[in-house]
Design a protein around this ligand. Structure first.
Ligand SMILES: C[S@@+](CC[C@H](N)C(=O)[O-])C[C@H]1O[C@@H](n2cnc3c(N)ncnc32)[C@H](O)[C@@H]1O
Length: 239
């Protein structure tokens, strides 16, 4: 008689459940402390640009540098984590921030989600160094943030499942190029500017739009551009 194969119980991968971050636990306290560290230097709207590396990069208008800096805030990142909760909860998820600046979003995602990888891509060496230093000074319960130096149009995104870009300085051509190099099932989240009424979008706080309403004239107009993020699966929506 043929021997029956033992039905070995498949070990499920251990998933860190961020919902387990209950107040009055050590993990909760540690997480809050790390969040404070990530944002302790205050808000950055603009920092010293590293102009040479951005020379010749086409933006929304002549005279506007691709190095222009603004940030998504802690609240803004939380909005995105909550909106795409199941995607960020997946232990096989891989997140990229294209043009990650000082790396705060990459760090917050690594801290408050289950992603396997949280990766920032940045062209400016100074910002990249700051992002790496920040991440190395902190400890993360699961994925350790990773940073890649280079142009975000020239990276390999074959494992990407969620991609964020603050594309405020870029025109539609860049979005089109990115959609052609990202995996079809990847969720693509971007600043929708004037297009917010025509595509699925939601309000997201950034250091640009925090100032919205406080300033008059051009600044006020500029700040309005960054009030919403749009999103789509790279392959488009199925209706
Ligand atoms: C507006 S900031 C956004 C920073 C960060 N993603 C956030 O939302 O907090 C845009 C960043 O993209 C970087 N950047 C601009 N063009 C880039 C490119 N082609 N490749 C990589 N990084 C780029 C800039 O240096 C800057 O740090």
């Amino acid at each position: 008689m043929a021997k029956k194969k033992k039905n070995k119980k498949q070990e499920k991968p251990k998933v860190r459940d961020v919902k387990d971050l209950k107040p009055d636990t050590e993990l909760y306290e540690k997480t809050i402390e790390t969040l404070k560290e990530i944002y302790k230097e205050g808000k950055y709207a603009w920092t010293d640009p590293d102009e040479e590396v951005f020379e010749g990069i086409a933006t929304t208008a002549p005279g506007i540098s691709a190095s222009t800096y603004g940030e998504i805030t802690m609240t803004g990142v939380s909005t995105i984590l909550a909106k795409f909760q199941s995607a960020f909860h997946d232990p096989n998820a891989v997140f990229y921030d294209l043009g990650c600046g000082l790396g705060r979003m990459v760090n917050q995602v690594a801290l408050l989600s289950n992603v396997k990888r949280s990766v920032g891509v940045e062209l400016c060496p100074n910002r990249l160094a700051a992002a790496r230093n920040l991440a190395e000074s902190l400890s993360f319960p699961a994925a350790q943030p990773e940073f890649l130096e280079g142009d975000f149009l020239e990276q390999d995104y074959s494992d990407a499942t969620i991609v964020y870009i603050d594309n405020t300085m870029y025109n539609q051509e860049v979005t089109t190029k990115l959609l052609s190099i990202l995996p079809p099932d990847c969720i693509f989240i971007y600043q929708s500017g004037w297009m917010s009424d025509h595509v699925p979008s939601f309000p997201v706080e950034t250091t640009y739009n925090q100032a919205y309403g406080k300033k008059e004239g051009h600044d006020r107009l500029f700040n309005y551009l960054s009030t919403h993020c749009a999103w789509r699966p790279v392959k488009g929506f199925e209706f």
